[in-house]
Design a protein around this ligand. Sequence first.
Ligand code: GLA
Length: 388
Amino acid sequence: MVDIEFVRSRFIKHFDGKTGNVYASPGRINLIGEHTDYNGGFVFPGAVDKGIVAEMRANDTEDTVMAYAIDLKDRVDFKLGDPAGPKASWARYIYGIALEMKKLGVPVKGFNIAFAGDVPLGAGMSSSAAMESCFACGLNDIFGENKVSQWDMVLAGQATEHNYCGVNCGIMDQFASVFGKAGCLMRLDCRSREFEYFPFKPDGYRLVLLDSVVKHQLAGSPYNDRRNSCENVVKHIAAKHPEGKFETLRDCTWEQLEEVKNEVGAEDYSRAKFVLGEKDRVLAVCDALTEGDYEKVGEMMYKTHEGLSKDYEVSCEELDFLNDIAKECEVTGSRIMGGGFGGCTINLVRNDLYKKFIDTAKKKFNEKYGHEPKVYDVVIGDGSRRLC
Ligand code: GLA
């Protein structure tokens, strides 16, 4: 995590010299369960030890926010009452979450905020959810007597993406950022919102991310298109079965998907097929982990990659290349992580293969793309909290 004193020094320098409270929220990894959250399925994320640290303080104005993005050296001031909101994309997260927290009854007034992060942007580790949950945690504390529940903060973060940032995301990222716990992955049922902490200490293995440094950008159509495809399939199935209740693909069976195959078209069919398979794979991975069967976990991860690449079509050449290298090096499991369209692969690697895998991936990737992938060893950390 970013050093508190570093953030504090900038907060003092850019505003009136006074200090505020400091909050931190992490990015996330996801072992398995991709694009299942908005389909009512299961996900299996954990928070990481990297994220966003923000210092915040009420500034005694009615609704003026003065915001400084330390990493970008960018200052933006705006009013919460301005219906257009700020233009800078980073500032829209502050604007959006403040309005969403107001909707939840928090009497948000003007405030100053400076923040910095060490979760890589566009790497699929959810720097945006880290921002949303960090700012939500701060506003809840400063203006709301911490009355807003953790789940409501998760939903406020998601609504910020939907209403101000153009991404119709699910709840996985904000959930992981708010509820994360050091050393634990979490299996979340996105339909019932029940979840369970899973201590994760794979004996003899480690998790490592390889960042292709292809920037993933979810805003715009490709992510939302996938979601629309899934919803379209559900609509067709529901129309055929007026007696049933079909809200998401979670409520649909393989047989029902086959029934609408010709009506929905090849693209929507393949996407829904991936989602149904992914739902089952998360449960299989949970069982395998309980039994300590990491080979099975790895097998499921490769299957997920294949589905994300061929059926869901959210991979890219560089990520497929990293996945191939993992296979060649006999890495236990490897797949695209997060929304896709760039970012990282997540790899479950036996300790004795780790060095060979990383060295080979760096060398081969560099030969082909002219730069090495970045390597992040996964450390599973805590969720959103006040630091001081
Ligand atoms: C992004 C979204 C999440 C989830 C993943 C894919 O990270 O924000 O809600 O849909 O993609 O699993």
